[in-house]
Design a protein around this ligand. Structure first.
Ligand SMILES: [Zn+2]
Length: 250
């Protein structure tokens, strides 16, 4: 905790959470993330630097826009808090600086993907692409599993899901698994590697079923609405990674 890199991670984490909020709000709508400044979805008012201070601005304005008083998505706040928690986990569980940096970046990407799939049923290409790039870079780092293992895991993960997607469509004539899930599995497979991949998918399926049961118990009438499987896979991957860095899987 005393080293400057840990401190830096903790300091930037709320801003990372805010930025994930912007990405998740705009990417599924096909909007530009970079050029336009943050604005209120209800009245269009441009947000001032004061409104962009993570957590504090949300709490100060009681979760409402200062211009039109319409309520802001609580997910903006949850993302900021979760991003700080992810940095905290990375600092506590990692035994080296590279592992700590990778853990933080990996958990942040999983967080963005999980919430995006939960809210929109979308896994933006920018995030799945970054995840895949990060996974490959990590495999080539000192102590990493190596690029061959990562590519094998990615191929098996994405290939397996693609085969599942094609066969489901052939059998049922409907979309069962999104292409976003296939791309997500390239990155997750690269991190898991071929040996941990089955456990990762099984964990994701279990979480997905639990998620469906909870919705059923709360008797939400969903009809044929899909379960955000990407969210479940991201949760499973986070658990897998944390048990790996804390030594529970060894
Ligand atoms: Zn407003």
């Amino acid at each position: 905790m005393t080293d400057p890199i840990s401190l830096f991670l903790l300091l930037v984490s709320p801003a990372v959470g805010s930025f994930l909020g912007v990405l998740i709000d705009r990417l599924p709508r096909g909007e530009n993330v970079v050029s336009r400044r943050s604005f209120c979805r209800s009245c269009g008012a441009q947000l001032q630097p004061f409104d962009l201070v993570p957590i504090l601005s949300f709490v100060w304005a009681k979760g409402r826009c200062r211009h039109c008083s319409s309520s802001l998505s609580p997910w903006l706040l949850y993302l900021e808090i979760a991003a700080i928690a992810a940095a905290g986990f990375a600092i506590i569980t990692s035994d080296s600086t590279p592992t700590m940096l990778f853990t933080a970046a990996f958990l942040w990407l999983l967080l963005g993907l999980a919430v995006s799939d939960l809210l929109w049923m979308r896994l933006p290409n920018v995030l799945t692409g970054l995840l895949f790039g990060l996974a490959l870079a990590w495999s080539m780092a000192v102590g990493g599993a190596g690029i061959e293992v990562a590519l094998l895991g990615a191929g098996l993960g994405a290939g397996g899901f693609l085969a599942l997607r094609i066969s489901y469509r052939a059998l049922r004539g409907a979309e069962g698994l999104g292409l976003g899930d296939v791309k997500l599995m390239a990155g997750l497979g690269a991190v898991a590697g071929p040996f941990d991949l089955p456990a990762l998918v099984l964990g994701g399926a279990t979480i997905g079923i639990l998620f469906g049961l909870v919705r059923h118990w709360r008797s939400e009438n969903l009809g044929r609405q899909a379960i955000p499987f990407g969210t479940a896979l991201c949760l499973s991957a986070a658990l897998m990674w944390l048990s790996r860095v804390t030594g529970l899987l060894n």
